[in-house]
Design a protein around this ligand. Structure first.
Ligand code: FEO
Length: 161
């Protein structure tokens, strides 16, 4: 049986992954309207991945005898100061998600819920990849400056992990 604390934190994670998906959709829409179709494409793809993460939690909870709850989501910001600031926000958000995944893992360890400890490893690895790929984009942005934004927008899809 799934421990109550683990169930609670997995439900919290459903909300956080779903919000991540909406956040990246909002960013994608903003970038698309600024003519940055490559960056928008990267963000749309990221939004799909986050929805996939939310689904993984929903299905896992139900499979383990818990109840997955579909929450309301707050509205993400509609405007961003610039591409650099936006990707800094993405990194900050992913670091927050990593901490949140760690909370689930630590609760599962404390409850001796080995099934969840094992299952959540996929997310631990995924977070390393996500933070890493956003860091690479930020590094390239600082190398490129304003002039190089065109090339980043053109090539960004090749940076997907
Ligand atoms: Fe599903 Fe990017 O955390």
């Amino acid at each position: 049986m799934l421990p109550k604390k683990v169930e609670e934190l997995c439900n919290r994670q459903i909300e956080r992954e779903g919000y991540s998906s909406n956040l990246y959709l909002a960013m994608a829409s903003w970038a698309e309207n600024k003519g940055m179709t490559g960056i928008a494409g990267w963000l749309y793809a990221q939004a799909d991945e986050e929805r996939g993460h939310m689904l993984k939690f929903i299905k896992y909870l139900n499979e383990r005898g818990g109840s997955a709850l579909i929450p309301e989501f707050k509205q993400p910001p509609v405007k961003y100061k610039g591409i650099d600031e936006m990707f800094k926000e993405v990194l900050k958000h992913e670091q927050y998600i990593t901490a949140s995944i760690t909370d689930v893992l630590e609760a599962a360890m404390a409850e001796k819920d080995h099934a969840t400890v094992n299952w959540i490893q996929w997310f631990v690895k995924e977070q390393v990849e996500e933070e890493g790929s956003v860091q690479i984009i930020l590094d390239k942005l600082s190398l490129a400056g304003e002039h190089g934004l065109y090339f980043l927008d053109r090539d960004i899809m090749s940076l997907r992990g």
